[in-house]
Design a protein around this ligand. Structure first.
Ligand SMILES: [Zn+2]
Length: 416
């Protein structure tokens, strides 16, 4: 029987969210904002106080720590649990005032610092699962930061639990806290050798029981159209306007599908995100997404065909079509190590929950980690309405997340 100290996890979470750790997409430093280290330093201090003398933060703000194995078995893989300390730039993360709503009644919750911010069950159906239990919100002016400080609090609580309960057998467990996940740089300065883990799990997911093992595969495509410039007063039969060709390419894209605004679930898309140009030369940038790598390539070929056909109507114009890889579906890696997802599903069931396997219509640090050599699905922590002033989380979901992780440590030991 695993008993998580609910008061401790709540106290920990409420304390961490009050530290401003917003990352900055326009910064070139690592971490992108120095203030992220304020939380990272505190985490190192608390891990050391708990007895993990190896805990350290590096110059880039990454926190590494290890809980030694306590089993006779020599072949238990080294497992890593990872969360990000930063919060999203979309919404202020300064002076967060977390509010614990005890015994949630189901009534609207008006946030005190901005009464136009009202959390309603009609808009967030998942609130129903938390009737009669405790939930946490911010006060109306800021996000809450459950993304991903709920993950941080869960991992810290699990570390304490494992240290204080030696009867729970496990292999070596690595703890990793990263900066800058929200600005796509969470793995930029990660030292895989120092981490030294074989498999990993990010704790950065939503509803209780959810397990995400699949992300998009993603490329960027740039189409450069080279027109022909001439003096506009004397351009007859000479001038070929690249801007007009760019417009024609966009006009030729299908209107009934193949875009973010017309697709869902497992469907991929092609999405123009930037256009610039002069009459002589124009550039359109696209992002291309699909869960299936073959289909991703088909989307790119279809886009190339559409653009070529338009450009070919202007014999003097030329086109460059440049594909740049962005990230890949983690499932392609996870399929080679099915036990990573299977054990997580078993752990969720042992915690008394139903497993909800989900696909992410985007990328995560887990997809990057998986391709860096650390197969790494994503496990729930309970966070909801993330990146907004209405962000909230249910206390019992954080508790269940911690229980799941402890079961997962035990399962890896049992099965080895
Ligand atoms: Zn996150």
């Amino acid at each position: 029987m695993i008993i998580i100290n609910e008061n401790s996890i709540v106290e920990r979470f409420m304390r961490y969210v009050q530290i401003d750790t917003q990352s900055d997409p326009h910064s070139d430093t690592h971490p992108t904002t120095a203030k992220q280290k304020d939380l990272s330093k505190l985490l190192v201090k608390e891990l050391k106080e708990a007895g993990l003398n190896n805990a350290e933060m590096d110059e880039y703000g990454y926190v590494y720590a290890a809980i030694p194995s306590n089993t006779e078995k020599q072949n238990v893989p080294v497992i890593c649990f990872c969360s990000h300390v930063d919060t999203a730039p979309d919404c202020s993360g300064a002076n967060v005032k977390p509010i614990l709503h005890k015994n949630y009644s189901g009534n609207d919750i008006v946030l005190p610092d901005d009464t136009s911010q009202v959390l309603k069950m009609s808009e967030y159906a998942y609130l129903k699962h938390h009737m009669g239990s405790d939930i946490i919100t911010a006060s109306g002016n800021t996000l809450l930061g459950a993304d991903d400080k709920s993950g941080v609090a869960v991992i810290m609580e699990v570390a304490l639990y494992l240290i204080n309960n030696p009867s729970v057998k496990h292999g070596e467990i690595k703890i990793l806290f990263t900066p800058d996940e929200e600005v796509g740089k969470g793995t930029a300065k990660l030292n895989m050798k120092k981490l030294g883990a074989q498999f990993g799990y990010t704790l950065d997911g939503g509803e209780a029981g959810s397990l995400e093992d699949e992300t998009f595969s993603a490329d960027a495509v740039k189409i450069i159209i080279n027109g022909v410039i001439a003096h506009p007063g004397y351009g007859k039969n000479k001038l070929v306007n690249a801007i007009k060709i760019a417009g024609a390419i966009l006009q030729a894209l299908p209107k009934d599908g193949w875009s973010p605004e017309t697709t869902e679930k497992k469907e991929g898309f092609v999405h123009p995100v930037h256009i610039e140009g002069i009459a002589e030369k124009a550039t359109i940038e696209f992002i291309v997404r699909d869960f299936d790598l073959d289909k991703l390539k088909q989307h790119e070929e279809r886009l190339r065909d559409i653009a070529s056909k338009v450009v070919s109507k202007h014999p003097a114009a030329t086109m460059d079509f440049i594909i740049q890889e962005q990230y890949r579906n983690m499932k392609e890696i996870l399929n080679k190590y099915p036990q990573v997802v299977d054990y997580a599903a078993d752990a969720i069931k042992r915690a008394g929950l139903n497993v909800k396997t989900e696909s992410i219509r985007g990328g995560t640090d887990g997809s990057r980690l998986s391709y860096m050599g650390l197969p790494c699905p994503n496990i729930f922590t309970g966070m909801q309405a993330i990146h907004s002033k209405l962000e909230w989380t249910g206390v019992k979901d954080m508790v269940k997340s911690a229980e799941t992780i402890i079961h997962l440590c035990m399962i890896w030991e049992e099965k080895s």
